[in-house]
Design a protein around this ligand. Structure first.
Ligand code: ADP
Length: 339
Protein backbone atom coordinates (compact mmCIF):
# COMPACT_ATOMS: atom_id res chain seq x y z
CA UNK A 1 0.00 0.00 0.00
CA UNK A 2 2.70 2.50 0.99
CA UNK A 3 5.57 3.09 -1.35
CA UNK A 4 8.17 5.59 -0.18
CA UNK A 5 5.65 7.93 1.27
CA UNK A 6 2.94 7.43 -1.36
CA UNK A 7 -0.30 5.44 -1.14
CA UNK A 8 -2.36 3.72 -3.83
CA UNK A 9 -5.73 2.38 -2.63
CA UNK A 10 -9.25 1.55 -3.89
CA UNK A 11 -11.96 2.53 -1.42
CA UNK A 12 -15.70 2.17 -1.29
CA UNK A 13 -17.38 5.51 -0.56
CA UNK A 14 -20.83 7.08 -0.61
CA UNK A 15 -21.97 9.58 -3.24
CA UNK A 16 -23.98 12.67 -2.18
CA UNK A 17 -27.18 10.86 -3.19
CA UNK A 18 -26.31 7.96 -0.85
CA UNK A 19 -25.39 5.43 -3.58
CA UNK A 20 -22.19 3.46 -3.27
CA UNK A 21 -19.17 4.13 -5.47
CA UNK A 22 -15.65 2.81 -5.81
CA UNK A 23 -12.76 5.28 -6.04
CA UNK A 24 -9.14 4.76 -6.88
CA UNK A 25 -6.84 7.13 -5.05
CA UNK A 26 -3.18 8.10 -5.53
CA UNK A 27 -1.86 9.95 -2.52
CA UNK A 28 1.38 11.22 -1.05
CA UNK A 29 1.70 11.00 2.68
CA UNK A 30 2.18 14.09 4.85
CA UNK A 31 4.48 13.55 7.83
CA UNK A 32 5.09 15.46 11.05
CA UNK A 33 8.58 16.21 12.44
CA UNK A 34 8.66 12.74 14.14
CA UNK A 35 7.99 10.96 10.86
CA UNK A 36 4.38 9.87 11.68
CA UNK A 37 1.74 10.19 8.93
CA UNK A 38 -0.44 13.21 9.60
CA UNK A 39 -2.50 13.24 6.43
CA UNK A 40 -2.75 12.42 2.75
CA UNK A 41 -2.72 14.57 -0.34
CA UNK A 42 -3.66 13.27 -3.76
CA UNK A 43 -6.26 12.58 -6.45
CA UNK A 44 -9.26 10.23 -6.64
CA UNK A 45 -11.27 8.97 -9.57
CA UNK A 46 -14.47 6.99 -9.93
CA UNK A 47 -13.81 3.34 -10.89
CA UNK A 48 -17.30 1.96 -10.08
CA UNK A 49 -17.86 0.83 -13.69
CA UNK A 50 -14.47 -0.89 -13.89
CA UNK A 51 -15.11 -2.67 -10.56
CA UNK A 52 -18.52 -3.85 -11.79
CA UNK A 53 -16.99 -5.08 -15.03
CA UNK A 54 -14.36 -7.07 -13.12
CA UNK A 55 -17.06 -8.57 -10.86
CA UNK A 56 -19.16 -9.52 -13.92
CA UNK A 57 -16.11 -11.10 -15.55
CA UNK A 58 -15.38 -13.16 -12.42
CA UNK A 59 -18.99 -14.40 -12.30
CA UNK A 60 -18.94 -15.20 -16.06
CA UNK A 61 -15.65 -17.09 -15.62
CA UNK A 62 -17.06 -19.11 -12.70
CA UNK A 63 -20.20 -19.89 -14.71
CA UNK A 64 -18.14 -20.97 -17.72
CA UNK A 65 -16.01 -23.21 -15.50
CA UNK A 66 -19.13 -24.71 -13.91
CA UNK A 67 -20.74 -25.28 -17.30
CA UNK A 68 -17.49 -26.83 -18.55
CA UNK A 69 -17.43 -29.17 -15.53
CA UNK A 70 -21.05 -30.18 -16.13
CA UNK A 71 -20.40 -30.78 -19.83
CA UNK A 72 -17.44 -33.01 -18.95
CA UNK A 73 -19.62 -34.94 -16.47
CA UNK A 74 -22.30 -35.17 -19.16
CA UNK A 75 -19.83 -36.52 -21.71
CA UNK A 76 -18.39 -39.00 -19.22
CA UNK A 77 -21.89 -40.22 -18.40
CA UNK A 78 -22.85 -40.34 -22.08
CA UNK A 79 -19.73 -42.26 -22.97
CA UNK A 80 -20.56 -44.79 -20.22
CA UNK A 81 -24.15 -45.01 -21.46
CA UNK A 82 -23.03 -45.72 -25.03
CA UNK A 83 -20.19 -48.04 -24.13
CA UNK A 84 -22.24 -50.29 -21.84
CA UNK A 85 -24.79 -51.47 -24.43
CA UNK A 86 -22.07 -51.56 -27.09
CA UNK A 87 -20.01 -53.91 -24.91
CA UNK A 88 -23.16 -56.01 -24.42
CA UNK A 89 -23.69 -56.27 -28.17
CA UNK A 90 -20.07 -57.05 -29.07
CA UNK A 91 -19.48 -59.37 -26.10
CA UNK A 92 -22.57 -61.51 -26.57
CA UNK A 93 -22.16 -61.64 -30.37
CA UNK A 94 -18.75 -63.17 -29.65
CA UNK A 95 -20.38 -65.73 -27.29
CA UNK A 96 -22.89 -66.62 -30.04
CA UNK A 97 -20.01 -67.84 -32.22
CA UNK A 98 -19.47 -70.74 -29.79
CA UNK A 99 -20.29 -73.87 -31.90
CA UNK A 100 -21.74 -76.05 -29.11
CA UNK A 101 -24.05 -73.40 -27.66
CA UNK A 102 -27.40 -74.71 -26.38
CA UNK A 103 -30.60 -73.30 -27.89
CA UNK A 104 -31.56 -71.82 -24.51
CA UNK A 105 -28.27 -69.94 -24.17
CA UNK A 106 -28.54 -68.77 -27.76
CA UNK A 107 -31.96 -67.22 -27.03
CA UNK A 108 -30.65 -65.64 -23.82
CA UNK A 109 -27.71 -64.01 -25.62
CA UNK A 110 -29.90 -62.83 -28.51
CA UNK A 111 -32.24 -61.21 -25.98
CA UNK A 112 -29.34 -59.37 -24.35
CA UNK A 113 -28.10 -58.18 -27.73
CA UNK A 114 -31.60 -57.00 -28.63
CA UNK A 115 -32.04 -55.13 -25.34
CA UNK A 116 -28.61 -53.52 -25.65
CA UNK A 117 -29.45 -52.47 -29.20
CA UNK A 118 -32.73 -50.88 -28.08
CA UNK A 119 -30.95 -49.06 -25.25
CA UNK A 120 -28.33 -47.79 -27.70
CA UNK A 121 -31.00 -46.62 -30.13
CA UNK A 122 -32.83 -44.79 -27.33
CA UNK A 123 -29.66 -42.94 -26.35
CA UNK A 124 -28.93 -41.98 -29.95
CA UNK A 125 -32.52 -40.78 -30.40
CA UNK A 126 -32.22 -38.69 -27.23
CA UNK A 127 -28.95 -37.14 -28.44
CA UNK A 128 -30.45 -36.34 -31.85
CA UNK A 129 -33.58 -34.85 -30.22
CA UNK A 130 -31.67 -32.68 -27.75
CA UNK A 131 -29.36 -31.44 -30.54
CA UNK A 132 -32.38 -30.53 -32.67
CA UNK A 133 -33.97 -28.73 -29.71
CA UNK A 134 -30.74 -26.82 -28.98
CA UNK A 135 -30.36 -25.82 -32.63
CA UNK A 136 -34.01 -24.70 -32.77
CA UNK A 137 -34.72 -27.25 -35.50
CA UNK A 138 -37.42 -29.21 -33.69
CA UNK A 139 -40.70 -28.54 -35.43
CA UNK A 140 -44.19 -28.62 -33.99
CA UNK A 141 -47.01 -30.09 -36.03
CA UNK A 142 -50.44 -29.19 -34.62
CA UNK A 143 -53.19 -31.62 -35.61
CA UNK A 144 -56.30 -32.98 -33.97
CA UNK A 145 -55.65 -35.68 -31.41
CA UNK A 146 -58.09 -37.75 -29.44
CA UNK A 147 -56.56 -37.97 -25.97
CA UNK A 148 -57.89 -41.51 -25.53
CA UNK A 149 -55.43 -42.70 -28.23
CA UNK A 150 -52.10 -42.12 -26.42
CA UNK A 151 -53.65 -43.27 -23.14
CA UNK A 152 -54.72 -46.56 -24.73
CA UNK A 153 -51.32 -46.93 -26.37
CA UNK A 154 -49.54 -46.41 -23.02
CA UNK A 155 -51.77 -49.02 -21.43
CA UNK A 156 -51.05 -51.64 -24.09
CA UNK A 157 -47.39 -50.81 -24.64
CA UNK A 158 -46.34 -50.83 -20.99
CA UNK A 159 -48.62 -53.65 -19.79
CA UNK A 160 -45.86 -56.31 -19.92
CA UNK A 161 -43.53 -54.02 -17.94
CA UNK A 162 -46.15 -53.26 -15.27
CA UNK A 163 -46.81 -56.98 -14.93
CA UNK A 164 -43.12 -57.88 -14.85
CA UNK A 165 -42.52 -55.51 -11.92
CA UNK A 166 -45.83 -56.35 -10.25
CA UNK A 167 -46.99 -52.72 -10.43
CA UNK A 168 -50.63 -51.73 -10.65
CA UNK A 169 -51.56 -49.22 -13.33
CA UNK A 170 -54.57 -46.89 -13.14
CA UNK A 171 -55.93 -44.29 -15.50
CA UNK A 172 -58.05 -41.59 -13.90
CA UNK A 173 -60.09 -39.44 -16.24
CA UNK A 174 -61.58 -36.49 -14.38
CA UNK A 175 -63.29 -35.06 -17.45
CA UNK A 176 -66.92 -35.90 -18.09
CA UNK A 177 -66.91 -35.52 -21.87
CA UNK A 178 -67.15 -38.69 -23.94
CA UNK A 179 -64.23 -37.73 -26.18
CA UNK A 180 -61.58 -35.08 -25.77
CA UNK A 181 -60.01 -33.96 -29.01
CA UNK A 182 -57.44 -31.19 -28.94
CA UNK A 183 -55.14 -29.59 -31.48
CA UNK A 184 -51.62 -30.51 -30.54
CA UNK A 185 -48.49 -32.31 -31.76
CA UNK A 186 -49.33 -36.00 -31.48
CA UNK A 187 -45.71 -37.27 -31.59
CA UNK A 188 -44.69 -34.94 -28.78
CA UNK A 189 -47.65 -35.90 -26.57
CA UNK A 190 -46.73 -39.57 -27.07
CA UNK A 191 -43.06 -38.86 -26.29
CA UNK A 192 -43.91 -36.86 -23.14
CA UNK A 193 -46.21 -39.55 -21.75
CA UNK A 194 -43.87 -42.41 -22.68
CA UNK A 195 -40.93 -40.66 -20.98
CA UNK A 196 -42.84 -40.01 -17.76
CA UNK A 197 -44.32 -43.50 -17.56
CA UNK A 198 -40.96 -45.10 -18.42
CA UNK A 199 -39.33 -43.17 -15.56
CA UNK A 200 -42.17 -44.02 -13.17
CA UNK A 201 -41.63 -47.74 -13.91
CA UNK A 202 -37.85 -47.40 -13.70
CA UNK A 203 -37.91 -45.72 -10.28
CA UNK A 204 -40.77 -47.69 -8.68
CA UNK A 205 -40.13 -51.07 -7.14
CA UNK A 206 -43.57 -51.73 -5.70
CA UNK A 207 -47.02 -50.20 -5.56
CA UNK A 208 -48.74 -48.39 -8.37
CA UNK A 209 -48.55 -45.85 -11.15
CA UNK A 210 -51.49 -43.61 -11.91
CA UNK A 211 -51.97 -41.55 -15.04
CA UNK A 212 -54.69 -38.96 -14.74
CA UNK A 213 -55.97 -35.99 -16.70
CA UNK A 214 -58.24 -33.13 -15.93
CA UNK A 215 -59.55 -29.97 -17.52
CA UNK A 216 -58.05 -26.79 -16.00
CA UNK A 217 -59.53 -23.80 -17.81
CA UNK A 218 -57.86 -23.48 -21.21
CA UNK A 219 -55.49 -26.32 -20.38
CA UNK A 220 -55.54 -30.07 -19.96
CA UNK A 221 -53.54 -31.08 -16.92
CA UNK A 222 -51.93 -34.53 -16.93
CA UNK A 223 -50.21 -36.19 -14.02
CA UNK A 224 -48.13 -39.32 -13.64
CA UNK A 225 -48.00 -40.46 -10.05
CA UNK A 226 -45.84 -43.27 -8.69
CA UNK A 227 -45.03 -44.88 -5.37
CA UNK A 228 -41.32 -45.06 -6.18
CA UNK A 229 -38.10 -43.91 -4.58
CA UNK A 230 -38.95 -40.21 -4.98
CA UNK A 231 -36.61 -37.30 -5.63
CA UNK A 232 -34.84 -35.26 -2.93
CA UNK A 233 -36.04 -31.63 -2.76
CA UNK A 234 -32.66 -30.21 -3.80
CA UNK A 235 -32.70 -32.21 -7.07
CA UNK A 236 -36.26 -31.50 -8.13
CA UNK A 237 -35.32 -28.58 -10.37
CA UNK A 238 -32.03 -29.98 -11.63
CA UNK A 239 -33.61 -33.14 -13.09
CA UNK A 240 -35.16 -31.01 -15.86
CA UNK A 241 -31.83 -29.45 -16.81
CA UNK A 242 -29.73 -30.79 -19.67
CA UNK A 243 -26.30 -31.16 -18.15
CA UNK A 244 -26.92 -30.87 -14.43
CA UNK A 245 -28.78 -34.14 -14.10
CA UNK A 246 -25.92 -35.95 -15.78
CA UNK A 247 -23.69 -34.92 -12.89
CA UNK A 248 -22.05 -38.17 -11.91
CA UNK A 249 -22.66 -37.43 -8.27
CA UNK A 250 -26.39 -38.12 -8.90
CA UNK A 251 -26.67 -41.22 -6.75
CA UNK A 252 -30.33 -41.60 -7.61
CA UNK A 253 -29.64 -42.04 -11.32
CA UNK A 254 -30.22 -45.48 -12.78
CA UNK A 255 -29.55 -46.57 -16.32
CA UNK A 256 -30.16 -43.63 -18.67
CA UNK A 257 -28.41 -40.73 -20.31
CA UNK A 258 -30.26 -38.18 -18.17
CA UNK A 259 -31.75 -36.44 -21.20
CA UNK A 260 -35.32 -37.73 -20.99
CA UNK A 261 -36.76 -35.04 -18.74
CA UNK A 262 -35.02 -32.14 -20.48
CA UNK A 263 -36.45 -33.33 -23.79
CA UNK A 264 -39.85 -33.79 -22.13
CA UNK A 265 -39.71 -30.27 -20.66
CA UNK A 266 -38.72 -28.79 -24.03
CA UNK A 267 -41.64 -30.60 -25.74
CA UNK A 268 -44.18 -29.48 -23.12
CA UNK A 269 -43.01 -25.87 -23.49
CA UNK A 270 -43.11 -26.09 -27.30
CA UNK A 271 -46.75 -27.12 -27.02
CA UNK A 272 -47.41 -24.10 -24.79
CA UNK A 273 -47.59 -25.88 -21.44
CA UNK A 274 -45.64 -26.23 -18.21
CA UNK A 275 -44.11 -29.21 -16.38
CA UNK A 276 -43.28 -29.63 -12.69
CA UNK A 277 -42.83 -32.31 -10.07
CA UNK A 278 -43.97 -32.90 -6.50
CA UNK A 279 -42.02 -35.59 -4.76
CA UNK A 280 -41.05 -37.12 -1.42
CA UNK A 281 -37.90 -39.22 -1.40
CA UNK A 282 -38.09 -42.52 0.41
CA UNK A 283 -35.92 -43.21 3.41
CA UNK A 284 -35.62 -46.92 4.08
CA UNK A 285 -33.70 -46.33 7.33
CA UNK A 286 -36.59 -44.55 9.02
CA UNK A 287 -39.20 -46.42 6.97
CA UNK A 288 -40.45 -43.31 5.14
CA UNK A 289 -42.30 -44.09 1.90
CA UNK A 290 -41.47 -42.10 -1.23
CA UNK A 291 -43.28 -41.19 -4.40
CA UNK A 292 -43.37 -38.65 -7.21
CA UNK A 293 -46.06 -36.93 -9.23
CA UNK A 294 -45.04 -35.28 -12.49
CA UNK A 295 -47.58 -32.74 -13.75
CA UNK A 296 -47.77 -31.14 -17.17
CA UNK A 297 -50.28 -28.93 -18.93
CA UNK A 298 -51.22 -28.68 -22.59
CA UNK A 299 -53.36 -25.89 -24.02
CA UNK A 300 -56.66 -27.06 -25.46
CA UNK A 301 -56.39 -24.31 -28.10
CA UNK A 302 -60.02 -23.94 -29.10
CA UNK A 303 -61.05 -25.89 -26.03
CA UNK A 304 -61.79 -29.60 -26.19
CA UNK A 305 -63.76 -30.40 -29.31
CA UNK A 306 -66.30 -33.10 -28.63
CA UNK A 307 -66.88 -35.43 -31.54
CA UNK A 308 -69.23 -38.33 -31.98
CA UNK A 309 -67.95 -41.87 -32.46
CA UNK A 310 -69.22 -41.91 -36.09
CA UNK A 311 -67.00 -39.04 -37.14
CA UNK A 312 -64.00 -40.72 -35.57
CA UNK A 313 -64.67 -44.03 -37.36
CA UNK A 314 -64.90 -42.24 -40.69
CA UNK A 315 -61.56 -40.51 -40.06
CA UNK A 316 -59.79 -43.74 -39.10
CA UNK A 317 -61.12 -45.62 -42.14
CA UNK A 318 -59.87 -42.98 -44.60
CA UNK A 319 -56.37 -43.35 -43.19
CA UNK A 320 -56.50 -47.15 -43.37
CA UNK A 321 -57.64 -47.06 -47.02
CA UNK A 322 -54.80 -44.73 -47.91
CA UNK A 323 -52.26 -47.00 -46.24
CA UNK A 324 -53.45 -50.06 -48.21
CA UNK A 325 -52.81 -48.35 -51.56
CA UNK A 326 -49.28 -47.18 -50.72
CA UNK A 327 -46.23 -48.60 -52.54
CA UNK A 328 -43.09 -48.64 -50.43
CA UNK A 329 -39.56 -48.36 -51.80
CA UNK A 330 -36.78 -49.15 -49.37
CA UNK A 331 -33.27 -47.95 -50.25
CA UNK A 332 -30.40 -48.90 -47.97
CA UNK A 333 -26.69 -48.12 -48.20
CA UNK A 334 -25.67 -50.40 -45.36
CA UNK A 335 -25.33 -54.17 -45.85
CA UNK A 336 -26.49 -55.14 -42.34
CA UNK A 337 -29.58 -52.92 -42.53
CA UNK A 338 -30.63 -54.26 -45.94
CA UNK A 339 -30.68 -57.93 -44.79
P1 ADP B 1 -32.82 -40.81 -17.33
O1 ADP B 1 -33.15 -41.07 -18.79
O2 ADP B 1 -31.38 -40.96 -17.03
O3 ADP B 1 -33.73 -41.50 -16.37
P2 ADP B 1 -34.32 -38.38 -16.99
O4 ADP B 1 -34.03 -37.03 -17.55
O5 ADP B 1 -35.53 -39.06 -17.50
O6 ADP B 1 -33.03 -39.23 -17.19
O7 ADP B 1 -34.42 -38.25 -15.40
C1 ADP B 1 -33.43 -37.52 -14.70
C2 ADP B 1 -33.33 -37.96 -13.27
O8 ADP B 1 -34.58 -37.66 -12.60
C3 ADP B 1 -33.14 -39.46 -13.08
O9 ADP B 1 -31.78 -39.80 -13.14
C4 ADP B 1 -33.75 -39.69 -11.69
O10 ADP B 1 -32.80 -39.39 -10.71
C5 ADP B 1 -34.85 -38.63 -11.60
N1 ADP B 1 -36.22 -39.16 -11.87
C6 ADP B 1 -36.95 -39.00 -13.00
N2 ADP B 1 -38.18 -39.56 -12.89
C7 ADP B 1 -38.24 -40.08 -11.64
C8 ADP B 1 -39.26 -40.79 -10.89
N3 ADP B 1 -40.46 -41.04 -11.42
N4 ADP B 1 -38.96 -41.15 -9.63
C9 ADP B 1 -37.74 -40.88 -9.09
N5 ADP B 1 -36.75 -40.23 -9.73
C10 ADP B 1 -36.98 -39.83 -10.99
Amino acid sequence: MFDRGSLHIDTSELRFDGTQMWVEGDYICLYDSKGSIKGLFGTQHDITERKQLIEDLIIAKEQAEQSDKLKSAFLANMSHEIRTPMNGILGFTEFLKEPNLSGEKQQKYINIIQKSGTRMLNIINDIVDISKIEAGLMEVDFKELNIAEPIKYIHTFFKPEFEKKGLQFFVKNNINEKEIIIKTDREKIYAILINLIKNAIKYTNEGMIELSYDNKGDFLEFSVKDTGIGIPKDRQEAIFERFIQADISDKMARQGAGLGLSITKAYVEMLGGKIWVESEDENTIIGKKGGSTFYFTIPCNTGPIIKTNDQKTKFTKTIENKVEKLKILIAEDDEASSL
